[in-house]
Design a protein around this ligand. Structure first.
Ligand code: 5RP
Length: 263
């Protein structure tokens, strides 16, 4: 692996433990002004110090993150559809590698939609993006998206989707946690990071999911709604961080949510 590529990956997966807490704030690219991400700058600013990397679009990067922010940016470069469509799989590459380099992105991210009507285009998008991005040592993170079919999130489907992503050259894969997640992680030859998915009912649900995913082989989280839709987002990201990087138990992490004065 080239030095540049390795260096970029090591900015995301922390060298001390090989793990990461990514903050996902790219939802607006198809969901518009998502609840509690209506003003991206206001959502991102207090969480920035606690994230290892941020996943976002170029629009939010330019408008809502100061250029002196010393954080790796994982730039979402796929899009082209909105939540108003039944089928969300009709994506293309919307941001060029040249633009990603100009923005000093540390990695680029796109979704693949295995089993969806536009499966073929999305996988070919991944392959082409890898061809182009790797020329510049830019790693590609593939998201195994399920569109509106959240019920697809089982070990058999996610193993298939993650493996396909890795086989086409993704250096990192982002997927969902599921029962039997160790099968997903074990059969994917590159590091797997989990998304949080829609906000879970309780804090413990989100913290337990984080712990279970790590125990089953994930290298971290790329979490959005379970952090910034929380009533106290800063304690929530600190709690997730404690589990990912500090070997905290769920109970120890949950205690951080009760600390006063840090919202
Ligand atoms: C949207 C994404 C999001 O970044 C991803 O789903 C993570 O956010 P959340 O934890 O809210 O699910 O890739 O397609």
């Amino acid at each position: 692996m080239d030095w540049g590529l390795r260096n970029r990956i090591s900015r995301i997966l922390q060298p001390a433990d090989g793990r990461t807490v990514m903050l996902a704030v790219d939802h607006g690219y198809f969901l518009g002004p998502t609840h509690r991400l209506e003003k991206p700058r206001a959502t991102i600013a207090p969480l920035l110090p606690y994230a290892d990397a941020i996943m976002l679009t170029r629009g939010v990067l330019r408008t809502s993150v100061d250029p002196d922010a010393d954080k790796p940016m994982v730039l979402r470069v796929s899009g082209g559809t909105s939540v108003l469509q039944e089928d969300l799989s009709h994506e293309t590459i919307t941001t060029s590698v040249k633009e990603a380099l100009r923005l000093n992105a540390t990695a680029v991210a796109l979704s693949i939609f295995v089993g969806a009507p536009h499966e073929h285009e999305s996988i070919v998008n991944l392959a082409h993006l890898v061809n182009e991005a790797e020329e510049f040592g830019l790693p590609v993170l593939a998201v195994t998206a399920v569109g509106k079919e959240l019920e697809k999130r089982d070990a058999r489907y996610l193993s298939l989707a993650c493996r396909i992503a890795a086989e086409h050259g993704a250096r990192l894969v982002k997927t969902y946690y599921c029962e039997g997640f160790h099968k997903v992680a074990e059969s994917c030859p590159v590091p797997v990071i989990i998304a949080g998915g829609p906000k879970l009912e309780t804090d413990l649900d989100a913290l337990e999911m984080t712990r279970d995913a790590l125990e089953a082989g994930a290298v971290g989280v790329d979490m959005g709604r379970n952090i910034w839709q929380h009533d106290t987002p800063v304690p929530m990201i600190r709690a997730v961080r404690a589990i990912v990087h500090e070997k905290a138990t769920v109970k120890e992490a949950a205690a951080l949510l009760k600390e006063k004065g840090k919202r």
